[in-house]
Design a protein around this ligand. Structure first.
Ligand code: 0O2
Length: 212
């Protein structure tokens, strides 16, 4: 594929990422106003870089003409939550949506990766309306707590720096940090009700101040 072909190939993925970001940000606002608490803290999204698509296709032996079905995370959405409990609630909300179809789920929270990576991945099929008609694309929705996201972001940059051959000392530190992030999630879950109540009070107070 040349540059122009890639541009055309990636267009529906870009559209899917933009639409899904808007939808989940809107869901956050709606839940906050209906329930005074949202299981969504913030949402990000990206279209995979061409070099990264090619690396993954090579690693998984996916031929170029099968990229659409063989690489599931060309469109990627990441939803950050405060508590591990929010992840199941969100997964349920995603499963019940009518604008996307869940194909399957990967639970890297129960089965954390050897690297220490934890997240809940949901692969969905999402229809985008293009100038040529409807096109279904695959998208990967990653659900993570803030602590899981902190760890994964740091590990991702270190892997980029060391080109995936991390020094043993760094691997050991990352493994300890993964354990600390896990414990942090557990501690936060144990005082979750208190934290949620405090946040609702704070939310109510700021709404009153805004109205005056
Ligand atoms: P990019 O392009 O840099 O954003 P498998 O090898 O089958 O177990 P696979 O298929 O690579 O796993 O993983 P999957 O479930 O498709 O998810 C890929 C994405 O999950 C990655 O995208 C990361 O966002 C995240 N991820 C998976 N494993 C790790 C990990 O060990 N550390 C970190 N930091 N993130 C991980 P890319 O490849 O980074 O894509």
């Amino acid at each position: 594929m040349d540059g122009r072909d890639w541009k055309k190939f990636l267009m529906p993925y870009e559209q899917a990422v933009e639409e899904l970001k808007v939808k989940f940000k809107t869901l956050r606002t709606e839940l906050k106003s209906r329930e005074e608490y949202s299981p969504i803290e913030f949402v990000t999204g990206r279209v995979k870089r061409i070099s990264s698509i090619l690396d993954k296709a090579k690693r998984l032996s996916v031929p170029m003409e099968k990229l659409e079905t063989g690489i599931e995370d060309i469109a990627g959405i990441r939803i950050m939550c405060q508590f591990v409990e929010d992840i199941e609630r969100l997964a349920e909300l995603i499963r019940s949506r009518e604008d996307m179809t869940v194909l399957y789920e990967k639970d890297y929270i129960v089965n954390k990766k050897p690297s220490g990576y934890r997240s809940y991945h949901i692969i969905v099929e999402y229809p985008v309306q293009t100038a040529l008609g409807m096109k279904r694309v695959l998208a990967e929705i990653q659900l993570r707590t803030l602590a899981m996201n902190f760890w994964a972001t740091i590990e991702h940059s270190l892997n980029y720096k060391y080109r995936e051959s991390l020094p043993q000392e760094v691997v050991n530190r990352l493994s300890k940090a993964a354990e600390a992030a896990y414990l942090l999630d557990q501690e936060m879950s144990s005082i979750r009700v208190d934290i949620m109540e405090a946040q609702k009070l704070f939310e109510d107070k700021s709404n009153t101040v805004t109205k005056v």
